[in-house]
Design a protein around this ligand. Structure first.
Ligand SMILES: [Zn+2]
Length: 502
C-alpha cells in the first residue's frame, strides 16, 4: 500500500525537550546524556499549523521520566559489532560496544518514542546523513546512517521498542498501521531547531520485521552547481555550450547515487527564468526549484515517465526534464521532443559516456535521431574528499606501485615510485572516517558534427570513442587520478568508485 505524495506530509512535533529515556541502568555519566534538552524540537503551536490538527499522532504523548536519556557506551559512533545481548543485563554493563544503545526503561515508565525518532533525525542531520536505515535484526534493531555514500552503524534500539517505533513512524507518515506484510511509502515533515526537514519514508517487510528507510530531503546548504560538485572550468564551458542550444538532449549517466540529479538540477537552475516553461517528470520529486513545474510519477494514476512526457508536450514546454529514461517508449518520445525544438534533460544507467549511444540505439531509437538530438553526455561518479584536518601524506614505493598495478593498471600507469599522495587518517571533525564531503568525477562527451555523422552512419562505437578522445574527452578515471595528485582524495577511493575500463 502506498500513499505517497507531497501532500501527505505530516509534522512531527514535540513540545519541550523531553528526552528519550533509557534503561541506562548504570550510572548516568555526563557523556551519556543526549544533548537535546534545550533545543530538541519545535516549541510547536505557533510555528506549525499542521501540528494543530487533531489527528496529529506524533504529539508529545508520553512524558519521559527525567532520567538521563540514551545510554552511550562511548561517544564514538563507529561501526561496531552488534550487541549480542540486548536484554537488560543487570548492573554490569557489557564492556565497550562503541555504539549507543537505547532500551525501554526498566522501571516500567514510558519511553518517549517521538523524542527518540526526533533524536535519531537530529543526529542524522548533524552527521550530514542522506538516509537513515532502521533495520530489524533477530535480537536488536540497528540504526544506520548513510554518510558520504557509505553506511555506518550509529545506534541500536531494543527489540521491545521495535513495534512502537514502527507504529509512530507509520502514523506520522500516514501509512496503514495494521499492515505488516506489504511495502509502504510516505513522507514526514520534522521541525528541528525551527527548520523544516522533509523526509521520504519507505517501509519494507523483511524476515526480521519491517525495515524503515528515511531519505532526508535537505535542500538547504545543498547547492546545485557544477562548481560545488568540483567540475573543472573547462568541463563547465562544454556543458554550458550544450544547454545554450535551444533544443536537443542532455544526458547525465552513471550508477545510482552518482549525482546525476544534482547535475541536471544544476542545469535547470541556470535555465530557470520567467520567460521559459520548464516542466519535469520525476520519480520521486526530491527537491523543488521555484518556478519549475515538477510532476511526480504515479503509477496508480497511470502517470508514468512516458505518459507524463506526452502530457508535458501538450503544455507548451521549452525545457523538459525526465528523471530517467528506462524504456524504449520514453526514449523515443524524449528524442522526438528534442528533435521538435525542445531542450530535453534526462538520465540513463550506463557506466560511461560513450556506451550511451549504443544504449539508446538498443532502445529502438534510430541512429539518425540519436545523432541529430544528442548534445552532450555527462558520465559521472561521486568520490569522497579526504578530511583536510587529518589527511596524511605518503610516498608511493615500489611495493605499493606493484600492488596497484596488479589490480588497476589503468590507474597505476599514471603514478611512479616517489610520487607523493595522501591517504585518510581520522579525527573528530570527520567522525573518524578520514573523509568529509564528496565531489564529482566527470567524463564529458561532446557530440560534435563529426561524431553526429559517425553515429548516423552507424560507425563502430570504438571509432567514435577514438574521435571523442582526440577531441580531448577525459575519462572518469583520469579525473580521479588528477584528484589524487592534487590531494583531494586517495588512491583507494578512486579505485573504489571507478570501474576498470578495457
Ligand atoms: Zn579528519
Amino acid at each position: 500500500m502506498s500513499g505517497s505524495t507531497a501532500q501527505n506530509s505530516q509534522t512531527v512535533n514535540t513540545t519541550t525537550g523531553q528526552v528519550p529515556t533509557s534503561m541506562g541502568s548504570s550510572t548516568p555519566s555526563p557523556t551519556s546524556t543526549v544533548q537535546n534538552q534545550n533545543n530538541s524540537v519545535t516549541p510547536s503551536q505557533t510555528t506549525n499549523p499542521v501540528a494543530q490538527t487533531p489527528a496529529n499522532p506524533i504529539t508529545p504523548g508520553s512524558v519521559a521520566p527525567q532520567n538521563p536519556a540514551v545510554s552511550t557506551q562511548t561517544g564514538d559512533v563507529n561501526q561496531s559489532e552488534q550487541k549480542k545481548d540486548a536484554d537488560p543485563g543487570p548492573e554490569s554493563q557489557p564492556p565497550a560496544k562503541k555504539i549507543q544503545t537505547i532500551e525501554k526503561p526498566k522501571d516500567g515508565s514510558e519511553l518517549n518514542i517521538v523524542e527518540l525518532i526526533n533524536y535519531i533525525v537530529k543526529q542524522a542531520i548533524k552527521a550530514k546523513t542522506s538516509d537513515i536505515h532502521i533495520e530489524p535484526h533477530e535480537e536488536v534493531v540497528v540504526v544506520r546512517f548513510r554518510i558520504d555514500g557509505l553506511l555506518k552503524d550509529v545506534l541500536q534500539v531494543g527489540k521491545d521498542i521495535q513495534e512502537s517505533l514502527l507504529f509512530r513512524i507509520k502514523v506520522a507518515a500516514k501509512m496503514r498501521t495494521d499492515e505488516h506484510f506489504a511495502p509502504q511509502d510516505g513522507r514526514i515533515r520534522f521541525i528541528i531547531e525551527n527548520k523544516k526537514i522533509d523526509t521520504r519514508i519507505s517501509i519494507l517487510p523483511t524476515s526480521a520485521g519491517e525495515k524503515v528507510v528515511m531519505r532526508l530531503l535537505i535542500k538547504e546548504g545543498k547547492s546545485f552547481t557544477f562548481s560545488s560538485l568540483g567540475m573543472s572550468d573547462a568541463d563547465q564551458l562544454v556543458v554550458e555550450k550544450s544547454y545554450k542550444r535551444p533544443y536537443g538532449m542532455i544526458l547525465a549517466v552513471g550508477p545510482t547515487g552518482s549525482g546525476k540529479t544534482t547535475s541536471l538540477y544544476a542545469i535547470l537552475q541556470k535555465l530557470n527564468s520567467r520567460d521559459v516553461n520548464i516542466t519535469t517528470v520525476e520519480d520521486p520529486v526530491e527537491y523543488s526549484i521555484d518556478g519549475v513545474n515538477h510532476i511526480q510519477v504515479n503509477n496508480k494514476a497511470n502517470l508514468t515517465f512516458a505518459s507524463g512526457l506526452r502530457s508535458i508536450l501538450r503544455q507548451d514546454p521549452d525545457i523538459i526534464m525526465i528523471g530517467e529514461i528506462r524504456d524504449a517508449e520514453t526514449a523515443n518520445i524524449a528524442t522526438n521532443a528534442a528533435l521538435t525544438g525542445h531542450l530535453v534533460l534526462s538520465s540513463l544507467h550506463t557506466n560511461d559516456s560513450i556506451s550511451t549511444i549504443p544504449r539508446l540505439i538498443d532502445m529502438d531509437v534510430e541512429p539518425f535521431l540519436v545523432a541529430s538530438t544528442l548534445n552532450i553526455v555527462i558520465a559521472q561518479r561521486l568520490a569522497r574528499k579526504l578530511c583536510e584536518k587529518c589527511k596524511k601524506q605518503y610516498t608511493i614505493d615500489q611495493e605499493e606501485l606493484t600492488r596497484i598495478n596488479k589490480i588497476r593498471q589503468d590507474i597505476a600507469m599514471h603514478f611512479k615510485v616517489g610520487d607523493v599522495v595522501y591517504q585518510e587518517a581520522g579525527c573528530e571533525t570527520c567522525g573518524d572516517s578520514g573523509f568529509q564531503g564528496r565531489f564529482g568525477l566527470f567524463e564529458i562527451l561532446e557530440v560534435t558534427e563529426k561524431i553526429r555523422r559517425m553515429i548516423s552512419e552507424r560507425e563502430n562505437i570504438d571509432d567514435v570513442f577514438k574521435v571523442a578522445r582526440e577531441n580531448g574527452m577525459k575519462l572518469i578515471v583520469e579525473d580521479g587520478v588528477n584528484a589524487v595528485k592534487t590531494g583531494v582524495t586517495s588512491l583507494e577511493e578512486i579505485m573504489r568508485v571507478t570501474a576498470l575500463k578495457q
